[in-house]
Design a protein around this ligand. Structure first.
Ligand SMILES: [Fe+2]
Ligand SMILES: [Fe+2]
Length: 477
């Protein structure tokens, strides 16, 4: 495949110009996408120039270009990673056969559902975050928010391309429906629970990027293993962009932790961080508990025949499937699953095939823990005796075997009465949200940062911290 057609109306590296029907269908979808962006994308700032990175090719070095763009003029494009020559299906019933360049007819429905479910999360997060621009802690952060937003928009394009190119009429209908659903809407909500929650403040935003967007990373990583080659290549390139979203979340929370520790040290106080304009660590813990638990639900039930089927069919693999050293069919193997049995939390060896959701959740949990460890190192460096923790996987769950029970953060099955009595210790309270809301005052002078968050270690793309990442001086009409 040659380079990308970056100058086309829809930048792409899939030779769109050679497929007039597909091109026309996507060109018809494009203005509707823009209408959606203007209605549901960032509130305000649509005429503002933002220093953004745009994908222009899939070369490992130099895939992106940085420059000032007004968001509606962002060059949303379709980019698939380069095909791997003679790629083979790495798991399931079709192990060893050539990867499919087209949708296998018998798997059409399952594949479409996988693509639509992934696609639905992309615009959902843009909708959830649309009011945050007004309260940015710095224009560095404002730029990062918009970067994440435009890239989630591009991820929607990535999924819509697959729907249009490979699923005919139903695909086109699904592509329309992706623009019709709305996060949090009672009548036409987004498909998955966590994508209907609110992201009312920047603390929630950083937590969302760290925990909820990381679910996306794991879903994409297992779809990247797909035997349906266009999906695999699409996801492989999306993961390149996804790394920045993980960074925004992890470093965002780290900077809040850093600031809180500095306030504790400077004012010799353990429990009065709020009075000094910081977010106290117990509040951070409650936000962790919330965002982590709703994100765990995104992986689905511990035991799932859907997950088993998607694997057996060769549509969705495990995280790092090709690096695993087993039979890649899982017909006879087991996997330890933490579950609830008669009011006790137990570990049971269950058939590995139906435990695939749990295995992916385990990969995700280990990844989350690495981030939490880095946050704890900051606390430790300040000589503060406190540790942030991931709550037990059964805590505050709505889906799977723990969905019916009440589990404490340390993993005990508790009564409804104990839950009611202690809920406010464990999850953000309305009072927490109100307090965090009082901190959400915009800071827009280049190089300045709100008092509740430390500056990042460095700027974007080698630029200084006081660079004007968003040109707010020219007022919008
Ligand atoms: Fe995404
Ligand atoms: Fe993302």
């Amino acid at each position: 495949m040659a380079g990308a057609d970056y100058l086309e109306r829809i930048p792409n590296n899939v030779n769109l110009r050679d497929d007039r029907r597909l091109l026309r269908a996507l060109e018809e979808w494009q203005p509707r996408f823009l209408d959606w962006w203007k209605e549901m994308g960032p509130d305000g700032f649509q005429a503002t120039e933002v220093y953004l990175r745009t994908a222009i090719s899939v070369d490992r070095d130099g895939w992106a270009q940085f420059g000032y763009v007004k968001m509606p003029d962002y060059r949303w494009g379709i980019f698939l990673a380069e095909p791997e020559p003679d790629r083979r299906i790495a798991f399931g019933d079709h192990l060893g056969k050539s990867a499919w360049p087209e949708v296998p007819g018998e798997y059409r429905g399952v594949l479409r559902r996988l693509i639509v479910t992934q696609g639905d999360t992309e615009p959902a997060s843009v909708e959830q975050q649309r009011h945050l621009g007004r309260t940015c802690p710095s224009i560095y952060d404002l730029r990062n928010l918009f970067q994440v937003n435009v890239e989630e928009g591009r991820h929607l394009w990535a999924m819509v391309y697959l729907l249009h190119a490979y699923f005919g009429r139903d695909g086109r209908e699904e592509a329309e429906a992706l623009l019709q659903r709305r996060s949090g809407d009672r009548d036409k909500p987004r498909i998955l629970g966590a994508f209907n929650e609110q992201t009312p403040d920047w603390l929630s935003f950083f937590m969302f990027c760290f925990f909820t967007d990381r679910d996306g990373k794991y879903q994409l990583a297992s779809l990247q293993e797909s035997g349906f080659d266009p999906l695999s290549r699409t996801c492989r390139f999306m993961l390149t962009e996804e790394a920045h979203h993980m960074f925004v979340g992890e470093v965002g929370v780290a900077r809040i932790v850093q600031k809180s520790c500095e306030l504790m040290r400077d004012h010799r106080t353990d429990d009065d961080v709020r009075r000094h304009g910081g977010i106290d660590l117990p509040t951070l813990q409650r936000y962790i508990n919330f965002h982590y638990s709703v994100s765990l639900d995104l992986f689905g039930s511990e035991v799932s025949t859907n997950a088993a089927n998607a694997f057996t069919m060769g549509l969705k693999g495990r995280f790092e499937e090709t690096k695993k050293d087993d039979d890649h069919r899982l017909a006879d193997s087991t996997y330890p699953v933490t579950t609830l049995e008669a009011d006790r939390v137990v570990s049971r060896d269950l058939p590995a095939l139906t435990a695939l959701n749990e295995r992916l959740r385990d990969d995700y949990i280990a990844d989350c823990q690495r981030g939490v460890d880095r946050w704890n190192r900051i606390i430790d460096e300040h000589g503060i005796d406190l540790e942030l923790r991931l709550p037990h996987r059964g805590f505050h769950r709505a889906i799977g075997s723990f969905g019916e029970a009440k589990i404490s953060p340390d993993g005990r099955v508790i009564t409804q009465a104990e839950w009611d009595a202690r809920r406010d210790e464990w999850l953000p309270t309305p009072e927490d949200a109100q307090f965090v809301a009082t901190l959400m005052r915009p800071v827009v002078e280049p190089g300045r940062f709100a008092g509740w968050i430390a500056p990042p270690p460095r700027g974007i793309n080698g630029l200084s911290l006081d660079h004007e990442y968003v040109r707010l001086t020219r007022k919008e009409g």
